[in-house]
Design a protein around this ligand. Sequence first.
Ligand SMILES: Cc1cc2nc3c(=O)[nH]c(=O)nc-3n(C[C@H](O)[C@H](O)[C@H](O)COP(=O)(O)OP(=O)(O)OC[C@H]3O[C@@H](n4cnc5c(N)ncnc54)[C@H](O)[C@@H]3O)c2cc1C
Length: 478
Amino acid sequence: MGYSITRRGFAKGALTALSTAALLKTTSSLAFARASGTADLVRKDLTGLSGELVLDEASRKVYADDFGKIVHLTPDAVLVPRSTDDIVKLVKLANTQGLKIGTRGMAHSMYGQAQIEDGVLVDMSAMSSLRVIDDGAIEVGGGSTWGPAVAAAAAKKRTLPVINDTFLSVGGSLSTAGFGPTTWNNGFMVDHTLELEVVTGAGDLVRCSEEQNSALFNAVLSGMGQCAIITKAVMRLVAAPTNVIYIRFFYRDDVLSAAHDLAFLAKDGRFNHLDLRSRPYPIGGLEYYVECGFFYDQSSPPPKVEELAKGLHFASQEVKTWTYEEYYRRAETCYSCLDAPKPSLYLTVPASKFDAFVGKTLNEPERAAYVAPWISAWRGNVFKRPLARVASEDLIFRTQFNRVLPNKADIPAFLAVNRSLYEEVRDLGGTRLTASAIPFTQSDWIRHYGPAWGPFEAAKKKYDPKNVLGSSSKIFAV
Ligand SMILES: Cc1cc2nc3c(=O)[nH]c(=O)nc-3n(C[C@H](O)[C@H](O)[C@H](O)COP(=O)(O)OP(=O)(O)OC[C@H]3O[C@@H](n4cnc5c(N)ncnc54)[C@H](O)[C@@H]3O)c2cc1C
């Protein structure tokens, strides 16, 4: 179709462009003034730090990013703390000077959850520590990644009941929920957190658990950094197996057969590790596979693979026998951190609605564009933490639509698709997981948290009365 523009239209467009340019200039001068004001303030008042302040623009811009590559918010200043005292000092200053604070772990969020524009970002990466307390517990720093903790526990023949991707941070995982391949039967990582050390939004260093400051504990686990910054977490340990039979059952392009077998295995309980993934197929399209792990101790012989495969409907299989170390080290690095927009979507869908929802979504080209689904089947009775919201049914499907877009893709259009998929799932009784790329308002969050909203809001008022923490998610009024 041809496109023409009249002289009047051109003049109007030029004026609009000029005023937009003027507005952008004013906005960027304001941002510059605000950033230098914040820089002066933190430089003057945050003294005696063990960590570093990052104030120059080029270095701050590096923080305007996350895995999703959609949202880019440049912080006014960055604190890289090396002690809890550094964090306490910053939060106290924020309370007296009206600063906002965001917290960043490994920034594997999709939509700016670990960024902040008009405030100070705390980069937790140097807050790593590790202490095996005893056979039942390990203490890890809020900025640590999980890999070293899993290795230290394994050296004592212990492990975490749920292990998510080990390149993610402790604070980020526990602020979202932390799912892994044993979640189907063991719940989230937040269900195995015994105690936390946090700096509250009021600037107090507090320990909390089920028994001590439990309202704070429940508002921090899966709480998206809204009430406190996690500086340490004590995690439950259980006996580690010595070996794992690791099997991939392949279903070619038949996602529903794969998902039905996955659900069958989640109910049957013969494996410890369960997941469903997809990968590009050499002649086009996707291939689905159910990934299973049978944990055992070499002192007693494991079942035969034919026994483990009984009742499944796969086309082919691939079997490996690993030591536990080979198993937990199988994916230590994030290989998908590409420089491309990734508006991925994590949903929980009641099993009774899954076939219709996934069948419809994958058959509609607009919704299925660039999607590679990953799926889990989780027992509904294994989740205990109030803010970790999942669909309420006996069996739940985590339905993760990974999308890697070409750089020139119409990102707002994909975000609108995500929003409509979320609404559809919400109306079917499902939920989102919080790392997803979905435009969300505060009323969406209130609806998302449902009965947990009241206690969450009360904890926010008590522990972060001046609302200094976590503003970019817009969970609480900014
Ligand atoms: C490649 C990839 C793999 C993933 N694998 C998994 C997986 O196995 N399991 C899973 O559950 N999810 C997974 N996710 C989803 C999700 O991105 C992560 O759960 C989440 O990002 C946690 O890790 P992070 O350190 O990157 O957190 P960030 O993205 O840095 O932060 C997430 C949220 O936590 C807050 N936060 C971070 N640190 C702290 C702290 N110390 N105190 C308080 N608040 C804090 C941030 O402000 C933000 O709101 C994955 C995502 C990607 C891209």
